[in-house]
Write a protein that binds this ligand. Structure first.
Ligand SMILES: Nc1ncnc2c1ncn2[C@@H]1O[C@H](COP(=O)(O)OP(=O)(O)OP(=O)(O)O)[C@@H](O)[C@H]1O
Ligand SMILES: [Mg+2]
Length: 154
């Protein structure tokens, strides 16, 4: 199942983020969402808006250099991850990758780690569309498929 959504401006990206969060379970522990797309496609914008929709009120710094930025919520921890600077899979161990599996992961540049999509729930690909963007959402797990159906019907 694939869902294509037009995002004419950053406000549309924020609105999509709110819809995504509304379609997730209240405690999205263990969920993995991949954010793909070239430089400037809007991955961080979508991740930031999702964290805000989840209830985070503070700043959302880019994880470009830290690789992982954690956000603590009442029942779970969200991890905003940017794998752009990951050169090989072994570096994930230094990151403490397995410690993150329990959290809600939003991952930019997932293609830096081959095979990651096999463990993901949803893959969101952002691309340029004139001055705006387009989001193509694909489910990569059973619950991801249910999620997309909920999203499409709302
Ligand atoms: N739907 C949209 N329409 C127009 N501009 C947008 C949209 N979404 C995001 N942008 C703009 O695109 C720019 C880059 O966004 P962002 O930093 O989120 O990209 P990115 O994919 O995370 O880039 P990088 O690969 O460098 O991490 C920002 O100026 C942002 O406001
Ligand atoms: Mg980014």
């Amino acid at each position: 199942m694939k869902l294509s959504i037009s995002l004419p401006d950053p406000a549309a990206t924020d609105a999509l983020a709110a819809k995504l969060v509304a379609a997730l379970p209240p405690c999205p522990r263990g969920w993995m969402i991949l954010l793909q797309g070239e430089l400037g496609a809007g991955k961080s914008t979508l991740a930031r808006a999702m964290l805000r929709s989840l209830g985070h009120a503070g700043a959302v710094p880019s994880p470009t250099y830290t690789l992982v930025e954690p956000y603590t919520f009442a029942d779970f921890t969200a991890y905003h991850i940017d794998l752009y600077r990951i050169a090989d899979t072994e570096e994930l161990e230094y990151l403490g990758w397995t410690d993150l599996e329990d959290g809600f992961r939003l991952i930019e540049w997932p293609e830096r780690v081959p095979g990651l999509d096999a463990h993901a729930d949803i893959s969101i690909s952002l691309s340029y569309a004139g001055v705006g963007r387009q989001a193509d959402l694909v489910a990569t797990s059973g619950r991801g498929t249910e999620f997309l159906k909920t999203l499409a019907s709302n």
